[in-house]
Design a protein around this ligand. Structure first.
Ligand code: TRP
Length: 335
């Protein structure tokens, strides 16, 4: 493969919200239409098990996220779209690289360290409630990436360390067993919008301020009406800076629309009117895809079939590669 491979995983523990859409899903789907890269998108359902002990949530979230990406027009002929757990080679590779991953490297992982520190601060045993899934998480993530020899991995800031670890692991394997792995790079897009939630803080499940992506029209309108504003009256000029409503509007607006809204703020648009415009803009962008989403959700078998097709394609790469890697470490036929 001469094309560069770009790979992204989505952990299946939640319902997609507007922040996910603006910050990750939309740019990734746009990138999937590019002809000069091989894109890989996968549902990281094994990663979900690290955070979530509710089988129904994992299952439902996998369905919702798959339906979301398909409804928004992910080009699955061009891009690979698969579910991590359909690729047994990934778990196999996880073990091969676990065996050469320094425990000390994992000790330094931010998420693990934070969990230990929290225990220490609370006067508890440092290992309290920390399981091997959390500890080994970066190894599984490295296997996701190395399995497909991805060159680039678009991630948020919080994931950059995992990419450094992946490179370390790949380098060590290459050193021990020959040049098998590409050393991947994290790609952090500084321009990607961080969307505020209804309360003005970053839209995030942990703040409970999210607006789900696929709310039916009426509920979407209601959710937008709840975005915090201040008590300025109609006719009083309003600041765009620091306004969650303006930020959310802007994330969906083109330049002209954004400029017009900026002017409307200065001219003292009523909050209710600004919210209505915001709702209309977002709804217009999502309403066609929402119908497709609803159709897909009503027919999970169609989604399942698309994922299985994707898995077959992915395994077309993973299966021969894992054979090569097993051979390299000495797991071989005896005769
Ligand atoms: N850990 C990533 C997250 O929480 C999800 C993920 C799993 C991932 N495997 C990956 C991202 C491989 C990029 C590449 O966001």
């Amino acid at each position: 493969m001469s094309k560069r491979t770009v790979l992204t995983g989505i952990t299946t523990t939640g319902t997609p919200h507007l922040g996910n859409y603006v910050g990750a899903i939309k740019p990734a789907i746009e990138a999937s239409h590019s002809t000069d890269v091989q894109s890989c998108y996968f549902l990281a359902d094994y990663h979900a098990l690290i955070k979530c002990r509710d089988p129904e949530v994992v299952h439902r979230s996998t369905l919702e996220i798959a339906a979301t990406w398909l409804a928004l027009g992910l080009d699955t002929d061009r891009a690979m779209f698969y579910r991590q757990s359909d690729i047994p080679e990934i778990t196999e590779l996880t073990w091969l690289i676990t065996c050469i991953t320094a425990k000390g490297l994992m000790n330094r992982a931010h998420a693990y360290k934070a969990a230990v520190q929290e225990n220490i601060d609370a006067g508890e045993d440092p290992d309290k409630a920390i399981d091997m899934g959390l500890f080994s998480y970066p190894v599984l993530m490295a296997a996701d990436i190395l399995m497909f020899n991805a060159h680039e991995v678009p991630v948020g800031r919080d994931q950059v360390q995992h990419l450094e670890m992946t490179r370390d692991i790949a380098q060590r394997f290459n050193h021990l067993f020959g040049e098998h792995f590409v050393l991947p790079e994290a790609v952090v897009d500084e321009n990607v919008a961080v969307l505020p939630g209804q309360d003005g803080r970053k839209m995030s499940k942990s703040y409970n301020n999210t607006i789900p992506l696929w709310l039916p029209e009426k509920k979407l309108r209601k959710a937008i009406m709840k975005i915090v504003t201040n008590s300025l009256e109609p006719g009083e000029p309003k600041e765009t800076k620091g306004s969650a409503l303006f930020a959310i509007y802007s994330a969906f607006a083109d330049t002209r629309q954004r400029d017009e809204m900026r002017r409307a703020f200065a001219d003292g648009i009523a909050w209710g009117a600004a919210k209505q415009q915001c709702f209309e803009l977002i709804n217009a962008e999502l309403s066609d895809a929402r119908s497709v989403y609803e159709e897909l959700m009503a027919e999970p078998a169609r989604i399942e079939a698309r994922l299985l097709e994707g898995a077959e394609k992915a395994r077309g790469i993973a299966a021969p590669f894992i054979r090569e890697l097993r051979e390299a470490v000495g797991i071989r036929r005896l005769a």
